[in-house]
Design a protein around this ligand. Structure first.
Ligand code: NAD
Length: 294
């Protein structure tokens, strides 16, 4: 049995399920789910992420709208774009791709998004509801990880989960979700970060390691317990002269080094990344169906 968790294949399966549901909705005369994305400037990574999201929408039969704005957009102008999307009844959910230019207040932007259309799950109302165990839009990457653990029947109840990294979009929500009373949850969670003392000893206790640090090959076999499950969230560019573009993508975990020890691991690329996009689609579907009772 392969130890690799195939996020790419799982994402394709879930996309097919979503596409089928969209067809059923359409045959019942219901509205086609519609996701909008706001892209400010032309950061190449953001262009790639947004392009991928829009293509994925088309693949499952959603409507999608891409709103491009110049880097020079003012806070007020961006707020007006958000207001229009909040008020547009045809848009079920929308995202504002981060990072935003330095002169824009990201927090104010997140707050301005109607939480009922906040399919990125970044609004404090959605984060707060998640923390209280209420239904909400879950942030896409943690939501994708939950689905992977679920579909691979990886037991989390009573397990010791160590999360490395405390960002608002991955580490912190992941730590909350893994400790929730839920089908995937009920774990004892340790949230570690750059100020953690003896990180190696903390990680070595883990049955499940979730690495979201942004440092290539950070987790090595000396930090890993025999039989551990590793979810590698990191997406890092490492120099590779054998590739045409001069680099390749690597995770936060040294996969070759830990493979003998682990029971499961997500590769990079092809692990968490594809599941993140699928989760955004799932949130949009939930928005279109008005599934969450706020
Ligand atoms: P971030 O870059 O905002 O923060 C990194 C976190 O790592 C911080 O909380 C910091 O405390 C911790 N950290 C840094 N150095 C450390 C050290 N030496 N020891 C312990 N902890 C340390 O984090 P992020 O936005 O969650 O991104 C993390 C990685 O995940 C990046 O590589 C990013 O590209 C990737 N990412 C991937 C996806 C996906 O869909 N696969 C989604 C989001 C982020």
């Amino acid at each position: 049995m392969s130890k690799l968790i195939d996020g790419k294949a799982l994402a394709a399966t879930i996309k097919e399920e979503i596409a089928q549901e969209v067809q059923e909705m359409q045959s019942q005369g219901l509205k086609t789910p519609h996701l909008a994305a706001v892209l400010v400037g032309n950061n190449p990574a953001s262009e790639a992420y947004v392009g991928n999201k829009v293509r994925s929408c088309e693949k499952v039969g959603f409507k999608s709208t891409l709103i491009r704005k110049e880097n020079s957009i003012t806070q007020g102008e961006l707020m007006d774009v958000i207001k229009d999307l909040n008020e547009n009844p045809d848009i079920d959910g929308f995202i504002v791709q981060l990072p935003l230019p330095e002169h824009i207040d990201e927090h104010a932007v997140t707050l301005a998004i109607d939480y009922k259309k906040d399919v990125d799950g970044f609004h404090p109302i959605n984060i707060g509801r998640m923390a209280q165990g209420l239904d909400s839009y879950l942030p896409a990457t943690p939501f994708g990880i939950l689905q992977m653990l679920d579909r691979y029947n990886i037991e989390t109840s009573g397990k010791h989960c160590v999360v490395i990294g405390r960002s608002n979009i991955v580490g912190t929500p992941m730590s909350i979700l893994m400790s929730r009373k839920a089908k995937v949850g009920n774990a004892t969670v340790t949230l570690t970060h750059s100020r953690t003392r003896d990180l190696e000893a903390e990680v070595k206790r883990a049955d499940i390691i979730i690495a979201a640090i942004g440092i290539p090959f950070f987790v090595t076999s000396n930090m890993v317990k025999e039989g551990a499950v590793i979810i590698d969230v990191g997406i890092n560019r490492v120099e590779d002269s054998s590739r045409k573009r001069g680099y390749r993508l690597a995770g936060d975990v040294n996969l070759d080094d830990v493979l003998d020890k682990v029971s499961y691991i997500t590769p990079v690329p092809g692990g968490v990344g594809p599941m993140t996009v699928v989760s955004l689609l799932k949130n949009t579907l939930r928005a279109a169906k008005g599934e969450i009772e706020f």
